[in-house]
Design a protein around this ligand. Sequence first.
Ligand SMILES: [Zn+2]
Ligand SMILES: [Zn+2]
Length: 257
Amino acid sequence: MYPDYHMHTNLSDGHHTHDEMVYAAEASGLTEIGFSDHISLKPVGWAMDLKRIPEMIDLIAHIQKKSNSVTVRFGAEVDYIPDLVDQTRSLIKSLPLDYVIGSVHFIDDWNFDTDINGYNGTDIDVFYRAYFRLIGEAAQTGMFDVIGHADLAKKFAVYPTFKLQKTYEQCARIFNESGVVVELNTSGKNKPCAEFYPSVDFLEILHHYRVPITLGSDAHVEQNIGQYFDEAVNLLKSLGYKEIIGFNQRKRITIGI
Ligand SMILES: [Zn+2]
Ligand SMILES: [Zn+2]
């Protein structure tokens, strides 16, 4: 099995403890996982309380020592918020992380990932352009190792009137130049969009621009760890990918597929 680098515990909006997640990973045959609880400098209910960061560091150090059959990596899913880049950068630097996933969940103050009412009255073309501009900017900050769910704009199956090909190409070029990895996040399958993030079309272009890929289930419950990974790896192979990326202390590890 391949490493799952995107999951949440009850420190943020997940439902299980670190121990329970490791136990479930082990039971389903995974040998490596990474925790990536939400860190957001905007006060949102689904991110962890920043006061609990020391507790998170201790919990992960403890579980890394204890766990024999599953390698545990220390990651975080950190919001990219354009006005708070400096603060975000210093927070990331202060943590002993193996990798950082940078995610865009907000357009200005609208949390389009959870606030479905915000889509009413929104110009969807403008929304898509803003979203893809933000993930490009996130990559260019250099703060993040991985770009999370790179086409999250499609989550609720709301689509623009224009073709996304050019937008994907612009993003892929920026990702390549910025040296970020993109995650294949399998959780989109369970959402109204009913497909992986990024879409097959986007992944094809990412491969063309030699953007490396990591794998994440975005599990918020233990049952979803490693969900659809066989299908995801088969898809990557069919697109020509021969490896995926793991991380140790913010250095890349290449894993053959
Ligand atoms: Zn996310
Ligand atoms: Zn997540």
